[in-house]
Design a protein around this ligand. Structure first.
Ligand SMILES: Cc1cc2nc3c(=O)[nH]c(=O)nc-3n(C[C@H](O)[C@H](O)[C@H](O)COP(=O)(O)OP(=O)(O)OC[C@H]3O[C@@H](n4cnc5c(N)ncnc54)[C@H](O)[C@@H]3O)c2cc1C
Length: 459
Protein backbone atom coordinates (compact mmCIF):
# COMPACT_ATOMS: atom_id res chain seq x y z
CA UNK A 1 0.00 0.00 0.00
CA UNK A 2 1.24 3.48 -0.85
CA UNK A 3 2.20 5.51 2.25
CA UNK A 4 2.20 9.27 2.62
CA UNK A 5 3.23 11.38 5.58
CA UNK A 6 2.24 14.87 6.70
CA UNK A 7 2.18 17.02 9.79
CA UNK A 8 -1.58 17.70 9.68
CA UNK A 9 -4.23 15.34 8.36
CA UNK A 10 -7.79 16.60 8.05
CA UNK A 11 -10.75 14.24 7.53
CA UNK A 12 -13.49 16.05 5.61
CA UNK A 13 -13.38 19.05 3.28
CA UNK A 14 -16.52 20.85 4.47
CA UNK A 15 -16.22 24.46 5.67
CA UNK A 16 -14.43 23.26 8.82
CA UNK A 17 -11.95 20.99 7.07
CA UNK A 18 -11.16 23.05 4.00
CA UNK A 19 -10.66 26.30 5.96
CA UNK A 20 -8.41 24.41 8.39
CA UNK A 21 -6.47 23.16 5.35
CA UNK A 22 -6.12 26.58 3.71
CA UNK A 23 -5.00 28.25 6.95
CA UNK A 24 -2.53 25.42 7.64
CA UNK A 25 -1.12 25.79 4.14
CA UNK A 26 -0.71 29.55 4.66
CA UNK A 27 1.25 28.76 7.83
CA UNK A 28 3.56 26.41 5.95
CA UNK A 29 2.25 23.23 7.56
CA UNK A 30 2.61 20.05 5.49
CA UNK A 31 -1.12 19.20 5.21
CA UNK A 32 -3.35 16.57 3.61
CA UNK A 33 -7.15 16.88 3.38
CA UNK A 34 -9.15 13.70 2.71
CA UNK A 35 -12.68 13.98 1.31
CA UNK A 36 -15.04 11.12 0.45
CA UNK A 37 -17.40 13.23 -1.67
CA UNK A 38 -16.82 16.71 -3.08
CA UNK A 39 -14.88 19.65 -1.64
CA UNK A 40 -17.11 22.07 0.23
CA UNK A 41 -19.02 19.45 2.25
CA UNK A 42 -22.65 19.85 3.19
CA UNK A 43 -22.49 23.64 3.02
CA UNK A 44 -21.49 24.08 -0.61
CA UNK A 45 -23.01 20.91 -2.08
CA UNK A 46 -26.28 20.20 -0.27
CA UNK A 47 -26.72 22.92 2.37
CA UNK A 48 -26.20 26.66 2.68
CA UNK A 49 -25.46 27.50 -0.94
CA UNK A 50 -27.98 25.34 -2.86
CA UNK A 51 -30.75 26.25 -0.42
CA UNK A 52 -30.05 29.96 -0.75
CA UNK A 53 -29.92 29.61 -4.54
CA UNK A 54 -33.40 28.05 -4.56
CA UNK A 55 -34.70 30.66 -2.11
CA UNK A 56 -33.46 33.39 -4.44
CA UNK A 57 -35.07 31.79 -7.51
CA UNK A 58 -38.34 31.31 -5.63
CA UNK A 59 -38.33 34.95 -4.49
CA UNK A 60 -37.79 36.13 -8.06
CA UNK A 61 -40.59 33.89 -9.31
CA UNK A 62 -42.96 35.09 -6.56
CA UNK A 63 -42.12 38.69 -7.48
CA UNK A 64 -42.84 38.01 -11.15
CA UNK A 65 -46.12 36.35 -10.18
CA UNK A 66 -47.11 39.38 -8.11
CA UNK A 67 -46.73 41.55 -11.24
CA UNK A 68 -49.23 39.34 -13.03
CA UNK A 69 -51.72 40.26 -10.34
CA UNK A 70 -53.09 43.61 -9.16
CA UNK A 71 -50.19 45.46 -7.49
CA UNK A 72 -49.50 48.89 -6.04
CA UNK A 73 -46.35 49.46 -8.10
CA UNK A 74 -48.32 49.72 -11.32
CA UNK A 75 -46.29 46.97 -12.98
CA UNK A 76 -48.13 44.48 -15.17
CA UNK A 77 -46.70 41.32 -16.64
CA UNK A 78 -47.92 38.03 -18.02
CA UNK A 79 -48.20 35.12 -15.58
CA UNK A 80 -44.70 33.58 -15.36
CA UNK A 81 -43.83 29.89 -15.32
CA UNK A 82 -40.89 28.27 -13.56
CA UNK A 83 -38.86 25.44 -15.06
CA UNK A 84 -37.38 24.03 -11.86
CA UNK A 85 -35.09 21.74 -13.84
CA UNK A 86 -33.41 24.80 -15.32
CA UNK A 87 -33.25 26.45 -11.91
CA UNK A 88 -31.51 23.32 -10.58
CA UNK A 89 -29.00 23.44 -13.46
CA UNK A 90 -28.20 27.05 -12.55
CA UNK A 91 -27.90 26.13 -8.85
CA UNK A 92 -25.56 23.25 -9.79
CA UNK A 93 -23.40 25.65 -11.81
CA UNK A 94 -23.09 27.97 -8.79
CA UNK A 95 -22.17 24.99 -6.59
CA UNK A 96 -19.64 23.69 -9.14
CA UNK A 97 -17.99 27.09 -9.35
CA UNK A 98 -17.65 27.30 -5.57
CA UNK A 99 -16.49 23.71 -5.02
CA UNK A 100 -13.96 24.13 -7.84
CA UNK A 101 -12.85 27.30 -6.08
CA UNK A 102 -12.25 25.38 -2.84
CA UNK A 103 -10.13 22.79 -4.68
CA UNK A 104 -8.17 25.66 -6.26
CA UNK A 105 -7.63 27.41 -2.92
CA UNK A 106 -6.31 24.21 -1.32
CA UNK A 107 -3.95 23.73 -4.24
CA UNK A 108 -2.78 27.35 -4.01
CA UNK A 109 -2.06 26.81 -0.30
CA UNK A 110 -0.01 23.71 -1.29
CA UNK A 111 -2.36 21.39 0.56
CA UNK A 112 -2.57 17.85 -0.83
CA UNK A 113 -6.15 16.74 -1.52
CA UNK A 114 -6.89 13.01 -1.40
CA UNK A 115 -10.28 11.92 -2.70
CA UNK A 116 -11.67 8.86 -0.97
CA UNK A 117 -13.24 7.49 2.18
CA UNK A 118 -10.89 7.65 5.17
CA UNK A 119 -10.77 4.99 7.87
CA UNK A 120 -8.93 5.68 11.11
CA UNK A 121 -6.36 3.03 12.06
CA UNK A 122 -5.01 4.86 15.12
CA UNK A 123 -4.55 8.46 16.30
CA UNK A 124 -1.77 9.02 13.79
CA UNK A 125 -2.70 6.70 10.92
CA UNK A 126 -5.54 6.71 8.43
CA UNK A 127 -6.23 4.54 5.41
CA UNK A 128 -7.98 5.97 2.39
CA UNK A 129 -9.69 3.94 -0.30
CA UNK A 130 -8.83 6.42 -3.04
CA UNK A 131 -9.68 5.80 -6.69
CA UNK A 132 -5.94 5.44 -7.41
CA UNK A 133 -5.72 2.57 -4.93
CA UNK A 134 -5.49 2.45 -1.13
CA UNK A 135 -3.26 4.98 0.60
CA UNK A 136 -1.95 4.88 4.15
CA UNK A 137 -1.38 8.35 5.61
CA UNK A 138 0.73 8.95 8.71
CA UNK A 139 0.35 12.32 10.47
CA UNK A 140 1.46 14.08 13.64
CA UNK A 141 -1.91 15.78 14.13
CA UNK A 142 -5.37 14.58 13.12
CA UNK A 143 -8.46 16.78 12.67
CA UNK A 144 -11.90 15.17 12.53
CA UNK A 145 -14.15 17.36 10.40
CA UNK A 146 -16.60 14.74 9.15
CA UNK A 147 -19.71 16.91 9.59
CA UNK A 148 -23.29 15.73 9.78
CA UNK A 149 -26.09 14.10 7.76
CA UNK A 150 -29.89 14.43 7.81
CA UNK A 151 -31.63 12.56 10.63
CA UNK A 152 -34.07 9.90 9.47
CA UNK A 153 -37.32 8.97 11.22
CA UNK A 154 -37.72 5.17 11.54
CA UNK A 155 -41.39 5.37 10.56
CA UNK A 156 -40.69 7.71 7.60
CA UNK A 157 -37.46 6.37 6.08
CA UNK A 158 -35.98 8.31 3.16
CA UNK A 159 -36.97 6.89 -0.21
CA UNK A 160 -39.90 7.25 -2.64
CA UNK A 161 -42.03 10.23 -1.66
CA UNK A 162 -40.12 10.75 1.61
CA UNK A 163 -37.19 13.04 0.93
CA UNK A 164 -34.33 14.65 2.85
CA UNK A 165 -33.05 18.21 2.43
CA UNK A 166 -30.33 16.77 0.17
CA UNK A 167 -32.90 15.13 -2.14
CA UNK A 168 -35.22 18.11 -2.44
CA UNK A 169 -32.40 20.48 -3.34
CA UNK A 170 -32.01 18.54 -6.59
CA UNK A 171 -35.67 17.96 -7.40
CA UNK A 172 -36.37 18.97 -11.00
CA UNK A 173 -40.09 19.62 -10.65
CA UNK A 174 -42.13 21.62 -8.13
CA UNK A 175 -44.12 19.17 -5.97
CA UNK A 176 -47.87 19.67 -6.26
CA UNK A 177 -48.34 19.14 -2.53
CA UNK A 178 -45.40 19.19 -0.13
CA UNK A 179 -45.63 18.27 3.56
CA UNK A 180 -42.67 19.17 5.74
CA UNK A 181 -42.08 17.31 8.99
CA UNK A 182 -40.19 19.59 11.37
CA UNK A 183 -40.60 23.27 12.20
CA UNK A 184 -36.90 24.15 12.26
CA UNK A 185 -35.05 26.47 9.93
CA UNK A 186 -34.06 23.97 7.22
CA UNK A 187 -37.63 22.74 6.60
CA UNK A 188 -39.05 26.25 6.69
CA UNK A 189 -36.44 27.76 4.37
CA UNK A 190 -36.88 25.07 1.72
CA UNK A 191 -40.64 24.74 2.24
CA UNK A 192 -41.25 28.49 1.84
CA UNK A 193 -39.17 28.45 -1.36
CA UNK A 194 -41.22 25.54 -2.71
CA UNK A 195 -44.48 27.26 -1.71
CA UNK A 196 -43.39 30.41 -3.56
CA UNK A 197 -42.57 28.22 -6.56
CA UNK A 198 -46.14 26.92 -6.57
CA UNK A 199 -46.31 23.93 -4.20
CA UNK A 200 -49.18 23.58 -1.74
CA UNK A 201 -47.17 23.47 1.46
CA UNK A 202 -48.10 22.09 4.88
CA UNK A 203 -45.83 22.15 7.93
CA UNK A 204 -46.12 19.55 10.67
CA UNK A 205 -44.25 20.62 13.80
CA UNK A 206 -44.12 18.63 17.04
CA UNK A 207 -43.35 21.75 19.11
CA UNK A 208 -46.04 24.25 20.03
CA UNK A 209 -44.69 26.76 17.52
CA UNK A 210 -42.34 26.97 14.57
CA UNK A 211 -38.65 27.82 15.07
CA UNK A 212 -38.71 26.92 18.77
CA UNK A 213 -35.04 27.85 19.19
CA UNK A 214 -36.13 31.49 18.97
CA UNK A 215 -38.59 33.26 21.25
CA UNK A 216 -42.15 33.83 20.05
CA UNK A 217 -41.55 37.55 19.47
CA UNK A 218 -38.93 36.66 16.85
CA UNK A 219 -40.77 33.78 15.20
CA UNK A 220 -44.23 35.43 15.07
CA UNK A 221 -43.53 37.59 11.97
CA UNK A 222 -42.52 34.38 10.12
CA UNK A 223 -45.69 32.63 11.30
CA UNK A 224 -47.79 35.56 10.08
CA UNK A 225 -46.04 35.51 6.71
CA UNK A 226 -46.74 31.78 6.35
CA UNK A 227 -50.43 32.62 6.64
CA UNK A 228 -50.02 35.31 3.98
CA UNK A 229 -48.38 32.80 1.65
CA UNK A 230 -51.27 30.35 2.14
CA UNK A 231 -49.09 27.81 3.97
CA UNK A 232 -50.90 25.43 6.34
CA UNK A 233 -49.36 24.98 9.77
CA UNK A 234 -49.99 22.16 12.26
CA UNK A 235 -48.19 22.67 15.55
CA UNK A 236 -48.13 20.25 18.50
CA UNK A 237 -48.61 17.59 15.81
CA UNK A 238 -46.71 14.35 15.34
CA UNK A 239 -46.17 12.69 11.97
CA UNK A 240 -46.91 8.95 12.19
CA UNK A 241 -46.14 7.67 8.71
CA UNK A 242 -47.49 7.48 5.19
CA UNK A 243 -51.01 6.33 4.34
CA UNK A 244 -51.40 2.86 2.76
CA UNK A 245 -51.50 4.37 -0.74
CA UNK A 246 -48.45 6.57 0.10
CA UNK A 247 -50.36 9.64 -1.08
CA UNK A 248 -50.88 11.24 2.33
CA UNK A 249 -48.97 11.92 5.51
CA UNK A 250 -50.76 10.62 8.60
CA UNK A 251 -50.48 13.05 11.49
CA UNK A 252 -51.57 12.93 15.11
CA UNK A 253 -52.79 16.52 15.48
CA UNK A 254 -54.15 18.02 18.73
CA UNK A 255 -57.71 17.61 17.41
CA UNK A 256 -57.17 13.98 16.35
CA UNK A 257 -55.64 12.03 13.49
CA UNK A 258 -55.56 13.69 10.07
CA UNK A 259 -54.31 12.71 6.61
CA UNK A 260 -52.45 15.46 4.75
CA UNK A 261 -52.39 14.88 0.98
CA UNK A 262 -48.76 15.05 -0.17
CA UNK A 263 -46.90 13.82 -3.21
CA UNK A 264 -43.65 14.56 -1.33
CA UNK A 265 -42.85 14.54 2.38
CA UNK A 266 -39.71 16.43 3.39
CA UNK A 267 -38.33 15.24 6.72
CA UNK A 268 -36.17 17.87 8.44
CA UNK A 269 -36.07 16.88 12.09
CA UNK A 270 -32.41 17.60 12.71
CA UNK A 271 -28.96 16.43 11.72
CA UNK A 272 -26.74 13.76 13.18
CA UNK A 273 -22.96 13.97 13.50
CA UNK A 274 -20.91 11.63 11.31
CA UNK A 275 -19.13 9.61 13.99
CA UNK A 276 -19.60 6.09 12.65
CA UNK A 277 -18.38 4.03 9.73
CA UNK A 278 -14.79 5.32 9.67
CA UNK A 279 -13.15 3.74 12.72
CA UNK A 280 -13.55 6.72 15.06
CA UNK A 281 -14.48 4.32 17.86
CA UNK A 282 -10.95 2.83 17.75
CA UNK A 283 -9.70 6.08 19.32
CA UNK A 284 -12.06 5.71 22.31
CA UNK A 285 -12.58 9.48 22.44
CA UNK A 286 -14.67 11.07 25.17
CA UNK A 287 -18.06 11.89 23.66
CA UNK A 288 -20.53 14.64 24.56
CA UNK A 289 -23.73 12.73 23.89
CA UNK A 290 -23.70 11.96 20.16
CA UNK A 291 -20.92 14.48 19.49
CA UNK A 292 -17.15 14.39 19.86
CA UNK A 293 -16.28 16.25 23.07
CA UNK A 294 -13.80 19.11 22.65
CA UNK A 295 -12.22 21.75 24.84
CA UNK A 296 -11.71 25.47 24.12
CA UNK A 297 -8.89 24.56 21.68
CA UNK A 298 -11.06 22.00 19.81
CA UNK A 299 -8.78 19.33 21.29
CA UNK A 300 -10.39 15.93 21.91
CA UNK A 301 -9.54 13.62 24.80
CA UNK A 302 -6.64 12.16 22.75
CA UNK A 303 -3.45 14.19 22.38
CA UNK A 304 -2.95 15.72 18.92
CA UNK A 305 -6.46 14.76 17.79
CA UNK A 306 -8.82 17.67 17.19
CA UNK A 307 -12.47 17.88 16.12
CA UNK A 308 -14.26 20.81 14.47
CA UNK A 309 -17.62 21.68 12.95
CA UNK A 310 -20.91 19.79 13.07
CA UNK A 311 -19.32 16.64 14.48
CA UNK A 312 -18.77 18.62 17.70
CA UNK A 313 -22.41 19.67 18.10
CA UNK A 314 -24.44 22.86 18.16
CA UNK A 315 -24.60 25.39 16.76
CA UNK A 316 -24.21 23.43 13.52
CA UNK A 317 -23.25 26.39 11.37
CA UNK A 318 -20.75 26.73 8.55
CA UNK A 319 -19.10 29.89 9.92
CA UNK A 320 -18.56 28.26 13.33
CA UNK A 321 -16.87 25.30 11.62
CA UNK A 322 -14.68 27.71 9.60
CA UNK A 323 -13.63 29.70 12.68
CA UNK A 324 -12.78 26.48 14.53
CA UNK A 325 -10.83 25.20 11.50
CA UNK A 326 -8.68 28.33 11.23
CA UNK A 327 -8.02 28.25 14.98
CA UNK A 328 -6.90 24.60 14.99
CA UNK A 329 -4.49 25.23 12.09
CA UNK A 330 -2.93 28.05 14.11
CA UNK A 331 -2.66 25.84 17.20
CA UNK A 332 -0.91 23.13 15.14
CA UNK A 333 1.46 25.85 13.89
CA UNK A 334 2.40 26.51 17.51
CA UNK A 335 0.26 29.56 18.22
CA UNK A 336 -1.39 29.96 21.62
CA UNK A 337 -5.03 30.08 20.61
CA UNK A 338 -8.31 29.22 22.20
CA UNK A 339 -11.96 29.90 21.41
CA UNK A 340 -12.65 33.40 22.66
CA UNK A 341 -15.47 34.46 20.35
CA UNK A 342 -18.19 36.42 22.08
CA UNK A 343 -20.86 35.56 19.54
CA UNK A 344 -21.64 33.16 16.74
CA UNK A 345 -24.36 34.89 14.71
CA UNK A 346 -27.08 32.68 13.26
CA UNK A 347 -29.31 33.51 10.32
CA UNK A 348 -32.57 31.87 9.42
CA UNK A 349 -33.24 32.56 5.73
CA UNK A 350 -37.02 32.30 6.02
CA UNK A 351 -39.36 35.05 4.86
CA UNK A 352 -38.89 37.31 6.76
CA UNK A 353 -35.32 36.46 7.76
CA UNK A 354 -34.19 36.18 11.37
CA UNK A 355 -30.74 37.09 12.69
CA UNK A 356 -29.54 36.47 16.22
CA UNK A 357 -26.20 37.24 17.84
CA UNK A 358 -25.32 37.01 21.50
CA UNK A 359 -27.82 36.72 24.31
CA UNK A 360 -31.59 36.57 23.91
CA UNK A 361 -33.73 38.44 26.49
CA UNK A 362 -34.57 35.15 28.27
CA UNK A 363 -30.85 34.39 28.64
CA UNK A 364 -30.13 37.74 30.30
CA UNK A 365 -32.53 38.26 33.20
CA UNK A 366 -32.57 41.87 34.37
CA UNK A 367 -31.20 43.12 31.06
CA UNK A 368 -32.70 46.08 29.23
CA UNK A 369 -34.50 45.18 26.00
CA UNK A 370 -35.18 47.79 23.34
CA UNK A 371 -37.09 47.11 20.15
CA UNK A 372 -37.69 49.26 17.09
CA UNK A 373 -39.99 48.28 14.20
CA UNK A 374 -39.21 48.45 10.47
CA UNK A 375 -42.69 49.97 10.05
CA UNK A 376 -41.14 53.34 11.02
CA UNK A 377 -38.27 53.05 8.51
CA UNK A 378 -38.41 54.79 5.15
CA UNK A 379 -36.26 52.26 3.30
CA UNK A 380 -38.42 49.35 4.51
CA UNK A 381 -41.53 51.11 3.22
CA UNK A 382 -39.93 51.77 -0.18
CA UNK A 383 -39.14 48.05 -0.38
CA UNK A 384 -42.78 47.16 0.42
CA UNK A 385 -41.63 45.24 3.50
CA UNK A 386 -42.28 46.95 6.79
CA UNK A 387 -42.75 43.79 8.86
CA UNK A 388 -40.27 42.93 11.61
CA UNK A 389 -37.99 44.78 13.99
CA UNK A 390 -34.54 45.06 15.53
CA UNK A 391 -34.09 44.21 19.20
CA UNK A 392 -31.10 44.97 21.43
CA UNK A 393 -30.42 43.36 24.79
CA UNK A 394 -28.12 45.49 26.94
CA UNK A 395 -26.82 45.80 30.48
CA UNK A 396 -28.72 48.67 32.15
CA UNK A 397 -25.76 49.48 34.42
CA UNK A 398 -23.11 49.83 31.70
CA UNK A 399 -25.11 50.02 28.43
CA UNK A 400 -22.94 47.13 27.19
CA UNK A 401 -24.66 45.28 24.36
CA UNK A 402 -25.29 41.64 25.28
CA UNK A 403 -27.27 40.53 22.26
CA UNK A 404 -28.87 41.82 19.06
CA UNK A 405 -31.67 40.20 17.10
CA UNK A 406 -33.64 41.21 14.04
CA UNK A 407 -36.47 39.86 11.97
CA UNK A 408 -37.31 41.35 8.61
CA UNK A 409 -36.78 41.12 4.87
CA UNK A 410 -33.07 41.23 4.03
CA UNK A 411 -31.81 41.43 7.63
CA UNK A 412 -29.35 38.57 7.03
CA UNK A 413 -26.85 41.16 5.81
CA UNK A 414 -26.89 42.75 9.29
CA UNK A 415 -25.40 39.62 10.88
CA UNK A 416 -21.83 40.91 10.51
CA UNK A 417 -22.67 44.25 12.09
CA UNK A 418 -24.34 42.55 15.05
CA UNK A 419 -21.43 40.16 15.63
CA UNK A 420 -18.92 43.00 15.31
CA UNK A 421 -20.79 45.09 17.89
CA UNK A 422 -20.53 42.18 20.32
CA UNK A 423 -16.89 41.33 19.52
CA UNK A 424 -15.91 44.96 20.04
CA UNK A 425 -17.82 45.14 23.32
CA UNK A 426 -19.91 48.02 22.00
CA UNK A 427 -22.31 49.97 24.13
CA UNK A 428 -25.66 51.42 23.07
CA UNK A 429 -23.92 54.79 22.73
CA UNK A 430 -21.35 53.37 20.29
CA UNK A 431 -24.16 52.38 17.94
CA UNK A 432 -26.36 55.39 18.64
CA UNK A 433 -23.51 57.81 17.88
CA UNK A 434 -22.46 56.00 14.68
CA UNK A 435 -23.92 57.79 11.67
CA UNK A 436 -26.04 55.29 9.74
CA UNK A 437 -26.69 56.12 6.09
CA UNK A 438 -30.17 57.21 5.08
CA UNK A 439 -32.35 55.63 3.80
CA UNK A 440 -31.20 52.15 4.87
CA UNK A 441 -32.63 49.34 6.94
CA UNK A 442 -29.58 49.76 9.19
CA UNK A 443 -31.02 52.99 10.57
CA UNK A 444 -33.35 50.79 12.58
CA UNK A 445 -30.34 49.39 14.45
CA UNK A 446 -29.33 52.94 15.39
CA UNK A 447 -32.91 53.79 16.41
CA UNK A 448 -33.06 50.66 18.58
CA UNK A 449 -29.89 51.76 20.37
CA UNK A 450 -31.29 55.29 20.77
CA UNK A 451 -34.49 53.82 22.14
CA UNK A 452 -32.50 51.80 24.69
CA UNK A 453 -30.96 55.12 25.79
CA UNK A 454 -34.45 56.62 26.03
CA UNK A 455 -34.07 58.96 23.04
CA UNK A 456 -35.40 57.30 19.90
CA UNK A 457 -36.00 59.95 17.21
CA UNK A 458 -38.56 58.40 14.89
CA UNK A 459 -40.79 56.76 17.45
C1 LIG B 1 -30.24 22.52 3.79
C2 LIG B 1 -29.18 23.11 4.69
C3 LIG B 1 -29.02 24.48 4.78
C4 LIG B 1 -28.03 25.03 5.58
N1 LIG B 1 -27.91 26.37 5.64
C5 LIG B 1 -26.96 26.93 6.41
C6 LIG B 1 -26.79 28.34 6.43
O1 LIG B 1 -27.51 29.09 5.78
N2 LIG B 1 -25.79 28.85 7.19
C7 LIG B 1 -24.96 28.03 7.95
O2 LIG B 1 -24.07 28.54 8.62
N3 LIG B 1 -25.10 26.69 7.95
C8 LIG B 1 -26.08 26.13 7.19
N4 LIG B 1 -26.20 24.77 7.16
C9 LIG B 1 -25.30 23.96 8.00
C10 LIG B 1 -23.91 23.82 7.37
O3 LIG B 1 -24.04 23.25 6.09
C11 LIG B 1 -23.02 22.97 8.26
O4 LIG B 1 -23.00 23.54 9.57
C12 LIG B 1 -21.60 22.90 7.74
O5 LIG B 1 -21.56 22.37 6.44
C13 LIG B 1 -20.74 22.05 8.68
O6 LIG B 1 -19.44 21.99 8.19
P1 LIG B 1 -18.46 20.78 8.58
O7 LIG B 1 -17.17 21.11 7.93
O8 LIG B 1 -18.51 20.53 10.01
O9 LIG B 1 -19.12 19.47 7.91
P2 LIG B 1 -19.71 19.14 6.47
O10 LIG B 1 -19.98 20.35 5.68
O11 LIG B 1 -20.84 18.20 6.73
O12 LIG B 1 -18.52 18.39 5.76
C14 LIG B 1 -18.02 17.16 6.21
C15 LIG B 1 -17.33 16.48 5.05
O13 LIG B 1 -16.65 15.33 5.56
C16 LIG B 1 -16.71 14.31 4.59
N5 LIG B 1 -16.50 13.03 5.27
C17 LIG B 1 -17.24 12.46 6.24
N6 LIG B 1 -16.71 11.28 6.62
C18 LIG B 1 -15.60 11.11 5.86
C19 LIG B 1 -14.62 10.09 5.78
N7 LIG B 1 -14.64 9.01 6.57
N8 LIG B 1 -13.63 10.22 4.87
C20 LIG B 1 -13.55 11.31 4.07
N9 LIG B 1 -14.44 12.31 4.10
C21 LIG B 1 -15.46 12.21 5.00
C22 LIG B 1 -18.11 14.46 4.01
O14 LIG B 1 -18.19 13.86 2.72
C23 LIG B 1 -18.30 15.97 3.98
O15 LIG B 1 -17.94 16.51 2.73
C24 LIG B 1 -27.17 24.18 6.34
C25 LIG B 1 -27.32 22.79 6.26
C26 LIG B 1 -28.31 22.26 5.45
C27 LIG B 1 -28.45 20.76 5.36
Amino acid sequence: MKTETCKLLILGAGPGGYVCGIRAGQLGINTIVVEAARPGGTCLNVGCIPSKALIHAADEFAKARSFAEENELGISAAAPVIDLGKTIDWKDAVVKRLTGGVAGLLKKAKVRFVEGHATIVDGKTVEVGSKNGPVRIRAEHLVIATGSTPLELPFLPFGGPVVSSTDILSMRGVPAALAVVGGGYIGLEIGIAMAKSGAAFTIVAAAERILPQYDAELSNPVRKRLEGLGITLHVGAKAKGLSADAKSLIVEAPAGEIAIPADHVLVTVGRQPVTQGFGLETLGLTMDGRYVAIDARCATSMRDVYAIGDVTGDPMLAHRAMAQGAMVAEIVAGEKRQWDKRAIPAVCFTDPEIVVAGQMPAEAPGARVSLFPFAANGRALTMERSDGFVRIVSDPATDLILGIQAVGAGVSEMAGQFAMALEMASTLTDIAETIHAHPTLGEVVQETALKGLGRALHN
